[in-house]
Design a protein. Structure first.
Length: 435
């Protein structure tokens, strides 16, 4: 093991030995190298005459560029757009995003969290998390309705077993009984459990109520109190898009952070959906826990995480990070976000109004939804994939089939006037197949 990795592990063990036990084999070996990058950082600070360290090209002391590129970028200078960003992410964006986490999650008040490390989108964030904490043979607990890419990242690439529980109860809310049964069953046979909580949920568009959130936290805390280490990772890709009053308006990360020494809360989020910049690929990985020396512990975890970024993609796009930072600091940012939120909220409400039509009752059930981009239908009489293809071929309507019965609708990309037409067309397709 590299001496730097050993040193980081020693810091983690001193601060909270349970978290050292949670690391994967890769995670325990990860470190941020003191090679070219650290020497370049030192030179950037002190080499005031000549700096011949970084592998970029310069002209008269300035970053070299094509005028045609800079014309497209407009007013962001080459130093903020064309150069390498640190593997941790650019410092200004990390601090600004951390401050925003406290603003958006009042339950974090008085708690300590790490500085977010920047990933290339949240998908990359999930992959970095897996490098840090998932060993082959580990179990990751997820609902049976889940984003398909979790299988690719966690199971195919990392060799983990995905253990599912039923997403919804017969009464229509989140299936807390199934969640508790699954979590406690896995805790009986393992010294570490990994629980992935994705809200607003993809594909159903559901977020827990405030009461359900309390129960989720209670269940995980009881497992930790029983002597089992809990890695609780929240995939908050669609954070902030909460449309109903009773829905929890914070991340579960805030409620799990610091509640027990055996619980490590990991927040995966990003500008991708929150700031409507899907293709800029900027996500964040943030840690929250209870420890003796939280600053030292977070520093060690950040260095290991940045090492995972360095060892995969080197760094996320400097240009993307600069664009997002400028937008977040713009006085118009809050109003812009509120405007787009209200558009999506109106679409969600319109979907609920349309789906209340009695002629749909025999064709499908509607899974609960109250947030995010999506909602799902549970088809009663036809195969979901057969219907998807029929709708595509005959009506030019594109939807996503999930399993034999579920059909996912992304109302995020529908204008309000398209919503009645869409569901009427789905019913036509069902009637075509049935007849």
């Amino acid at each position: 093991m590299n001496p730097i990795a050993k040193q980081l592990n020693a810091v983690i063990e001193t601060s909270n030995p349970h978290i050292l036990q949670m690391l994967s084999d890769i995670g325990s070996h990860l470190f941020f190298p003191k090679g070219i990058l650290s020497q370049s950082a030192e030179a950037k600070e002190k080499a005031h005459r000549i700096n011949a360290t970084i592998g970029i090209a310069k002209e008269k002391g300035k970053t070299m560029y094509f005028p045609s590129i800079m014309e497209a970028i407009c007013d962001i200078p080459p130093e903020e757009s064309l150069t390498y960003a640190p593997s941790f992410g650019i410092p200004g964006l990390r601090k600004t995003w951390q401050a925003a986490l406290f603003e958006k999650n009042p339950t974090l008040s008085g708690k300590s969290i790490s500085l977010p490390v920047v990933s290339s989108g949240i998908t990359h964030g999930v992959s970095v998390f897996a490098d840090m904490f998932v060993n082959p043979g580990d179990t990751v607990i997820l609902p049976d309705m889940m984003w398909g890419n979790y299988t690719m990242i966690l199971s195919v690439r990392k060799g983990a077993k995905i253990s599912n529980y039923s997403t919804f109860s017969s009464s229509g809310g989140y299936n807390l009984a199934a969640f508790e049964e699954k979590v406690k069953a896995e805790a009986k046979i393992r010294s570490k459990i990994i629980v992935l909580l994705n809200f607003p949920h993809n594909p159903s568009g559901y977020s827990p109520s405030k009461a359900e959130a309390v129960e989720i936290v209670r269940i995980l805390k009881e497992v930790a109190e029983s002597g089992v280490n809990v890695v609780a990772v929240t995939d908050d890709s669609y954070f902030g898009l909460f449309y109903e009053e009773e829905t929890l308006k914070e991340s579960l990360f805030a409620h799990l952070c610091g509640i027990h020494p055996r619980i490590l809360a990991v927040k995966l989020d990003g500008a991708t959906k929150e700031n409507f910049v899907w293709g800029l690929r900027v996500g964040f990985i943030t840690y929250g826990c209870k420890s003796k020396e939280s600053a030292e512990l977070y520093d060690a975890l950040e260095k290991k995480t940045a090492g995972a970024v360095r060892g995969s993609i080197s760094n996320a796009s400097h240009l993307s990070q600069s664009v997002i930072l400028r937008s977040m600091k713009d006085a118009k940012n809050s109003a812009e976000k509120q405007e787009k939120f209200e558009i999506l909220q109106r679409r969600a409400k319109r979907v609920k109004e349309v789906l209340d039509k009695p002629e749909y009752k025999a064709a499908w059930d509607v899974y609960p939804f109250n947030s995010g981009y999506f909602m799902c239908l549970c088809l009663k009489n036809v195969d979901a994939e057969k219907l998807r293809l029929h709708l595509l071929d005959k009506y030019g309507v594109g939807l996503i089939s999930i399993g034999e019965k579920n059909l996912r609708v992304a109302f995020s990309c529908l204008d309000e006037e398209q919503i009645p037409e869409l569901f009427d067309t789905i019913l036509k397709g069902i009637n075509d197949i049935s007849s």
